[in-house]
Design a protein around this ligand. Structure first.
Ligand code: C2E
Ligand code: MG
Length: 403
């Protein structure tokens, strides 16, 4: 059976490309190298890669042209950019890829270590230790919902501006607890759910799970607001606010305990309907945040007219902010506008102390990322909340202190 993980790499003959190709083969990827546009397009059509790596260092490769090829092929695989020379070029190209609707993944500044490459490949891997490719069917997902196999993990949001970075809320992230394959992340089934128009079903399952968990946390005296992610297609569902409100009211939960996150691109694709849904949610005390914010899709006037609580900076901006002057300026400007407009500015994808410090110094209020905690199942998250609440011994601090 063919390997489910297929890497397409532009050129791959420079040091970084060779390292990535070598490690990818070692961990079981089938690797295809392309040295020009034609080869790249043909290789794409033949192999339909599950991961694409584009090096910006190679002189005869026009990464933008390659991104166009990927966009015309409706590529859904994550696209990783690597470059050692110019942070700004890396950031611009990344943002261009996003504007083409591509699934832009990490940006890798070279030289990269073998460890970084391994973790990048593992994150993009669609194998779960079982042999062969696995593509869940819509029917299997429907059955999983009926069997209660869809649940939420929780990732904390911390207050970056307080000395001990307390957990102020969390984000609910859907997972499929598969009886054989274990915990499956959304990238492996969300597109099937969307294509089968089952996103409402998934949201209802996650909402029910979150409401039940919030009741437990309220009981234990550790309840904090939880954000629920909505997809673009749901912004056309005018019954959604009622379903959300009913789910909370039925069990007597304070509406401020549930928040909504919508990706900037989705929200702005149909700003008028978005505005109606968001206003109804907001009028009913449910606050809404703009997720994966890059400032690319929202004219300022439109952005400020939406009844938003929060803007959450996209991971690539956060990760580039410490080094790339343009991203740094952009983040500062967004924070300044946010302060002026009374919006909370959050940051996702904080992985290092350097990113945490940079964002904190820029006045960003809330932070989320692997540096603080990965998404956790409900029990582990409860433990984390309790350890933070009971903290008497500062050496026992579950987050590294960085201030
Ligand atoms: P998102 O809303 O942007 O969520 C953040 C994603 O980034 C999560 O991936 C999280 O695990 C990951 N992440 C958090 N911190 C870091 C970090 O420091 N570094 C890196 N590299 N990644 C980090 P996850 O859980 O796989 O979710 C992926 C996406 O799936 C979410 O992106 C969201 O768009 C979608 N999603 C998740 N749950 C739901 C849901 O219940 N409903 C809908 N409609 N979409 C969902
Ligand atoms: Mg989110």
């Amino acid at each position: 059976m063919s390997n489910p993980n297929r890497l397409l790499i532009s050129d791959g003959s420079d040091e970084t490309g060779s390292l990535i190709s070598h490690i990818a083969e070692e961990v079981g990827y089938s690797v295809t190298r392309a040295t020009n546009r034609k080869q790249f397009r043909n290789a794409y059509q033949r192999k339909v890669p599950t991961l694409v790596v584009l090096g910006l260092n190679t002189p005869d490769i026009d990464a933008i042209d390659y991104l166009r090829v990927l966009a015309t092929q409706l590529c859904r695989a994550p696209v990783i950019l690597t470059s050692g020379t110019d942070d700004r070029l890396l950031a611009t190209t990344h943002h261009l890829g996003l504007s083409f609707g591509l699934n832009m993944g990490q940006v890798l500044q070279t030289p990269v270590t073998a460890e970084t490459v391994r973790s990048m490949l593992a994150a993009a891997s669609i194998d779960h230790g079982t042999k062969g490719a696995w593509y869940p069917s819509a029917a299997a997902i429907r059955q999983a919902v009926a069997d209660g196999e869809l649940l939420a993990y929780f990732q904390p949001n911390v207050d970056l501006q307080q000395q001990d970075t307390p957990i102020v809320s969390s984000e609910a992230l859907v997972r499929w607890r598969h009886p054989i394959r274990g915990i499956i992340p959304p990238k492996e089934f969300l597109s099937v759910v969307e294509q089968a128009s089952m996103i409402g079903l998934l949201t209802d399952a996650v909402l029910t799970f979150v409401v039940r968990q919030l009741l437990r946390w309220r009981e234990a005296g550790v309840a904090r607001p939880v954000s629920l992610n909505l997809s673009a297609s749901q912004l056309e569902d005018l019954t959604l606010p009622d379903r959300i409100i009913a789910a909370l009211d039925e069990v007597g939960l304070d509406r401020s305990l549930l928040r909504i996150e919508i990706a900037e691109r989705a929200a702005m694709a149909n700003a008028k309907i978005t505005s109606i849904i968001l206003t109804r949610l907001r009028l009913n005390d449910i606050s809404v945040g703009l997720d994966n914010y890059t400032a690319q899709f929202s004219p300022l006037q439109q952005l400020l007219s939406l009844p938003l609580r929060e803007i959450k900076l996209e991971r690539s901006l956060v990760q580039l902010a410490p080094h790339d002057p343009a991203s740094n300026t952009l983040v500062r400007t967004i924070v300044a506008i946010g302060q002026e407009a009374g919006l909370t500015i959050g940051a996702e994808g904080i992985e290092t102390v350097e990113m945490a410090r940079t964002l904190q110094a820029m006045g960003c209020q809330e932070g989320q990322g692997f540096y603080f905690s990965k998404p956790l199942d409900a029990d582990d998250f409860t433990d984390l909340l309790q350890r933070r609440q009971d903290r008497v011994d500062p050496t026992n601090h579950p987050f590294p202190t960085y201030i």
